[in-house]
Design a protein around this ligand. Sequence first.
Ligand SMILES: NC(=O)c1ccc[n+]([C@@H]2O[C@H](COP(=O)([O-])OP(=O)(O)OC[C@H]3O[C@@H](n4cnc5c(N)ncnc54)[C@H](OP(=O)(O)O)[C@@H]3O)[C@@H](O)[C@H]2O)c1
Length: 252
Amino acid sequence: MKLKNKSIVVTGASSGMGRDIVRLFVQEGADVVAVARRADRLAELEAELKDAPGRIVAYTGDISKNEVCEGMIDKAVAEFGKLDVLVNNAGVMDNMASAANFSDDKFESVFDINVYGVLAAMRKACNVFLAQGNGGNIITVTSVGAKHPCAGIVYCASKAAVDSMIRHVAHTYRKDNIRSNGIAPGGIATEIASSMGVPEGDGYSRVQNVLGLSPAPGTGSDIANCALYLASDDSSYVSGQIVAVDGGWTSF
Ligand SMILES: NC(=O)c1ccc[n+]([C@@H]2O[C@H](COP(=O)([O-])OP(=O)(O)OC[C@H]3O[C@@H](n4cnc5c(N)ncnc54)[C@H](OP(=O)(O)O)[C@@H]3O)[C@@H](O)[C@H]2O)c1
């Protein structure tokens, strides 16, 4: 087992790739605090994994609130005695609008979750890692959209900010042995479309050329397998990297 006795917080654990990350990590022996807003989904996951080698503890909350980002990491320390890995996976889409048509409401709601929520969790994790004094590990799910216009401008900009944060943490805490890496998924079959609402038609049409280059969708397991490598000691000298897991979509 690659993650035995590791204490790990995974956000966005109630569906999609976050749920598959939790499933794989607990089977690999990790003790996981699984975070999302939907308590019923987390309870289902706890029941599913009750006999797995590692433990799962649900934590319900909205990661756009600092008290939730602090609380989920405090929970891991209280339950498992330490924090080894933070997986910042929770995120939402925009409605595909381009610059002429994005709404201020969408900007605020997407940046609150995709950018502030990730940054607040990084702050808490870095403080815990520094206090523990033996390094740490942060994995953040970004998107190919950080570099390629495959969604609306708000979503792509939020993920570009995330890419910057991933590298900033890696560089500024490299001598503290705190690693920070990203996973940039391509098109993955999850429930992400439900956070999009009704696509804004003009913006949607303007990104069709990029969307048309994507191969068949990947799965949450494709992302979980990459997360396992980054969470395990197999990647102990890897930091500041963003791994595209996109079936070759952005290889042009
Ligand atoms: N699917 C793709 O094609 C794709 C491509 C590139 C990047 N990504 C990124 O991959 C990550 C995971 O997305 P997914 O595709 O697995 O989508 P998903 O199935 O919709 O899962 C998103 C997860 O995030 C949680 N979440 C959303 N807002 C939250 C909040 N404010 N507080 C706490 N949890 C929150 C959701 O749980 P609750 O609703 O229960 O809170 C859910 O568990 C996201 O960062 C997304 O941007 C996805």
